[in-house]
Design a protein. Structure first.
Length: 218
């Protein structure tokens, strides 16, 4: 499972009801947007917000044709004149230009997938390779096809709710859906895990430091 939120990307190999291996990398969607912001500053002398840059990524047909018409990126023109306030400006980025910026920034996701698969047992890796990658969170449109091209593994996407993607619960829900697809797992939507179970799962996925068993409970 490959989950992405605003600040990081996490990868977990799930077998049965266990997260066998997992790790995370910083960056997430903010990192992709920041790459576009830096490109606009360097190549087009435009100072744009992260929101404008991310909108360009989502609607700019980076990895797949977009159902919406990409619009210009709005910002302030960067000039050497510090007397007058910055003048508004806009730049329209082509899909090819966007892909040239976003693809390298997305490369660590592939590296993280490869790293986690190396750490998992061989039999589990073979099964994971057959089942493919499940993408959760706000990945770039077409990211599943892009990851398939990079890794050779089939990939599919799970549609996430529009709000709250920064919360660990979204990752827990994503794992729950994976487990729910493996009979005879119970219907996860009707099962509410307690806090201890959630913290244990976060530890397995590398999102929470393991507890010190010798420490006194507080």
């Amino acid at each position: 499972m490959v989950h992405q939120d605003g600040l990081r990307t996490s990868v977990a190999v799930v077998a049965g009801r266990e997260a066998i291996a997992g790790d995370l990398a910083t960056g997430g969607t903010r990192g992709l947007a920041q790459a576009v912001v830096e490109h606009l500053r360097a190549e087009h002398r435009l100072d744009a917000s992260l929101e404008q840059a991310w909108a360009a990524v989502v609607h700019g047909s980076v990895f797949a044709p977009s159902s919406t018409v990409p619009g210009p990126v709005y910002g302030s023109m960067i000039t050497e004149d510090r007397v007058f306030p910055p003048q508004p400006g806009k730049v329209t980025l082509s899909p090819a230009e966007l892909r040239a910026v976003v693809a390298p920034a997305y490369q660590p996701v592939m590296g993280l997938v490869e790293q986690v698969l190396r750490e998992a047992p061989p039999e589990t890796v073979r099964q994971a390779a057959a089942d493919g990658l499940l993408l959760t969170g706000p990945h770039v449109p077409g990211a599943e096809d892009h990851l398939t091209d990079l890794t050779g593994l089939p990939a599919r996407r799970v549609v996430e709710p529009k709000a709250g993607l920064h919360r660990p619960q979204v990752l827990l829900d994503g794992v729950a859906r994976v487990l729910a697809e493996k009979p005879p797992a119970p219907v996860i939507a009707e099962h509410r895990t307690d806090l201890a179970e959630k913290l244990q799962l976060l530890e397995k996925l590398g999102l929470r430091p393991p507890r010190d068993l010798n420490a006194d409970d507080r």
